[in-house]
Design a protein around this ligand. Structure first.
Ligand SMILES: Cc1cc2nc3c(=O)[nH]c(=O)nc-3n(C[C@H](O)[C@H](O)[C@H](O)COP(=O)(O)O)c2cc1C
Length: 400
């Protein structure tokens, strides 16, 4: 565990305790800066391991590479702006730097700094570089910062960092799978203030993303107008959220994400049609443009993704799951329609749910049937959307 020179270093003491309580062997590698905040004896006492900060200590055991080579996970908490920049540049000026270059284990960082430092283009570019190399992030949280300021930059709480570390250390049954999930409802502009939309809240898609990440998958969540509160529940080092607005934007983002995804789940409600033209000014009654809006058909995203797969523009063995919200009150009728849809679209699984006043959209609970090969109902699930998500992932694993 790397500790760097921020006020939050005192909270890292608690994190070391938590990791040890969970049974992990922790070697603390503080920077010189970190030792200005919490002294070496504290780290040695709390971790019950010798602690050094320089590459010139304990040279006989080649600690500068051995620590990284032997680690199952490297956590940097807090990660200062300075250390994040060093990591992005690949600097090896101290024991933490050499350890980070020598390790092939997952790396998890918990950034902590003032909001201005976090928002700075240099820090954001460094974070993007680290993400692109597969470094996992937890936080930073939005909240009170040292010196009475507030904003994004506060280190995540030790319990949250522990959970992210545990997820990386104990891979779940979706470990290593890259998944692309769409969630929410698209909006097709009529004019600058109006749109054609739908009632999808994105909760089921968000639950699928959270469940997949908790079980070890690397998730790209393409979110169309999903509330921040719903997305909060998906915050996880392995989830990247891509925000989109219209059906065309969603199609482009999903094609992009699906090109390298092992599993694709289309849980978003995508508009079938859009106004032929979006007016560049607010339409008025007097103009008469509102009473009659001409619509043109949008691309069928699910069918397009299935076609991409059949043409080899997706990883071999990709699984595609689609959703159908149906208002037909009779379960047999819904099932029949879902079977037809599954065939037509060329997907592996189709999760069909009843959408009425009590079920489906905007609700925390859901009930689905999963239609598979030959139109068979291979899974049924009802409960919270997270429970339903669990059942859907089980069904996906069952056919892979
Ligand atoms: C009181 C105090 C608090 C600091 N807190 C932070 C912080 O939270 N985040 C940060 O990036 N830098 C912080 N700094 C600045 C770093 O200590 C400084 O950039 C240092 O060079 C970091 O070195 P390191 O990354 O090798 O530990 C703080 C400095 C002081 C004096």
């Amino acid at each position: 565990m790397g500790v760097t020179g921020g006020i939050a270093a005192y909270k890292a003491v608690h994190l070391v305790r938590l990791l040890i309580k969970e049974g992990h062997d922790v070697t603390v590698v503080p920077t010189e800066g970190a030792l200005r905040f919490v002294g070496l004896p504290t780290w040695e006492a709390i971790s019950r391991q010798p602690v050094t900060t320089s590459v010139h200590d304990d040279v006989a055991r080649v600690r500068h590479v051995a620590l990284g080579q032997n680690a199952d996970l490297v956590v940097v908490a807090p990660a200062t702006a300075n250390t994040i920049a060093s990591m992005a540049a690949g600097l090896a000026g101290d024991l933490l730097g050499t350890t980070l270059l020598a390790t092939e284990a997952p790396v998890l960082i918990a950034p902590a700094m003032h909001a201005e430092m976090w928002r700075h283009a240099a820090t954001q570019a460094n974070i993007a570089t680290l993400r692109s190399r597969g470094v996992h992030l937890v936080g930073p949280a939005d909240g009170e910062l040292a010196g009475g300021d507030a904003g994004p930059g506060r280190m995540s709480e030790p319990e949250e960092i522990l959970a992210a570390a545990q997820a990386l250390l104990a891979p779940g049954d979706l470990s290593g799978l890259r998944v692309a999930i769409s969630a929410g409802g698209t909006r097709e502009p009529i004019d600058p203030v109006r749109f054609l939309g739908n009632r999808s809240s994105g909760r089921q898609g968000a639950a699928l993303a959270a469940e997949a990440a908790a079980r070890g998958a690397l998730v790209t969540l393409v979110a169309a107008h999903v509330d921040a509160a719903v997305l909060d529940a998906v915050e996880h080092p392995s989830v990247v959220v891509v925000h989109v607005g219209t059906a065309a934007e969603l199609a482009a983002a999903m094609k992009d994400a699906s090109a390298s995804a092992d599993v694709v789940v289309m849980a978003a409600a995508v508009a079938d049609y859009r106004p032929r033209e979006a007016a560049d000014h607010k339409l008025t009654k007097a103009e008469g443009g509102l009473g009659r809006i001409e619509l043109v058909e949008n691309e069928d995203v699910v069918a397009a993704l299935a076609t991409a797969r059949s043409q080899g523009r997706a990883p071999a063995g990709q699984t595609i799951v689609a959703f159908a919200a149906e208002t037909l009150p009779d379960a047999d009728d819904r099932r029949e329609r879902a079977r037809g849809k599954r065939e037509r679209k060329g997907v592996d699984l189709l999760a069909v749910n009843l959408a009425d006043a009590e079920h489906g959209f905007e609700k925390s609970h859901n009930a689905v049937e999963v239609i598979g090969e030959g139109g068979a109902v291979i899974a049924e699930a009802s409960g919270t959307k997270r429970q339903v998500a669990g059942a859907i992932w089980n069904a996906v694993l069952g056919i892979r």
